[in-house]
Write a new protein. Structure first.
Length: 260
């Protein structure tokens, strides 16, 4: 047996003359048709031939992961755009007109969080995470062919915390003290708030970031030499002192907190 033009059979196709049997396993690249000639020859060397068409039909193959997705890191409060590379998935049936569509979810199949979106046409993730989204997400990207067969890969998206300044949560009330009387005032722990403290949590225990305090003030008669401050545990600040008669008058004190 040969091809109709006299060329040898392809390597994947063999013919056993004793049993008159063709055998073989065509691959994806062999899909198509072959014109095969079968020749019978007698002892006198005379022959007769006939041809038939052998058609190899395509069978849909699932897409595969060609290049695994790399983990990604973005920053809190900064818009980002991450595109899934076009060569991430391979589809050997593409030569037969097969196409892939894309989708994304969390690794467990749940929907993406509201701050994160995926454009299936451009294969692009976009979003702007805020402080509440600091941490890691495992994301799954799935490619689906026209026969509804799929391939998926997972990568980790990490949102890094960006340090933000503490803010005044509750304004300090004005205070009055008497001459020659010890003065002590504790700045309430709720005066300042820092949303980044939550990112110091480890194993259920809150690890507070170092805090520094500073007093600044203007007194009508004298500097604040009589007034001192000492930081206490649990983010409180104690201000105390003894005012002399010559220092009686209005004054302004500024309390500031610094996270470092």
């Amino acid at each position: 047996a040969t091809l109709a033009g006299g060329a040898a059979l392809p390597s994947w196709l063999s013919f056993n003359p004793a049993t008159r049997t063709f055998t073989g396993t065509p691959l994806n690249g062999d899909v198509g048709t072959l014109n095969v000639a079968v020749t019978a020859t007698d002892l006198g060397g005379l022959s007769a031939s006939d041809t038939f068409v052998l058609a190899m039909q395509n069978v849909n193959d699932a897409p595969t992961v060609a290049v695994p997705l790399a983990d990604q890191t973005v920053s809190e409060d900064a818009p980002f755009s991450i595109q899934v590379p076009a060569n991430t998935f391979a589809d050997q049936d593409a030569i037969h007109g097969d196409t892939l569509t894309y989708s994304a979810s969390l690794a467990n199949g749940s929907a993406l969080p509201t701050w994160l979106s995926f454009n299936a046409t451009t294969r692009t993730f976009t979003g702007t995470p805020d402080d509440a989204h600091v941490g890691s997400l495992d994301l799954r990207v799935t490619a689906t062919d026209t026969g509804n067969l799929t391939a998926s890969d997972v990568f980790t998206l990490t949102v890094q915390n960006v340090n933000e300044a503490p803010t005044v949560a509750v304004s300090l009330a004005d205070q009055t003290t008497l001459e020659d009387a010890p003065f002590n005032f504790t700045v309430p722990s709720a005066t300042f708030t820092d949303q980044d403290l939550v990112h110091g949590e480890r194993s259920g225990r809150r690890s507070r970031m170092p805090i520094s305090w500073r007093l600044q003030g203007v007194w009508s008669r004298s500097p604040l030499c009589w007034l001192s401050a000492m930081a206490q545990l649990r983010m409180t600040q104690s201000i105390h002192g003894l005012i002399d008669a010559i220092l009686i008058g209005p004054g302004t004190i500024r309390v500031s907190m610094r996270i470092r």
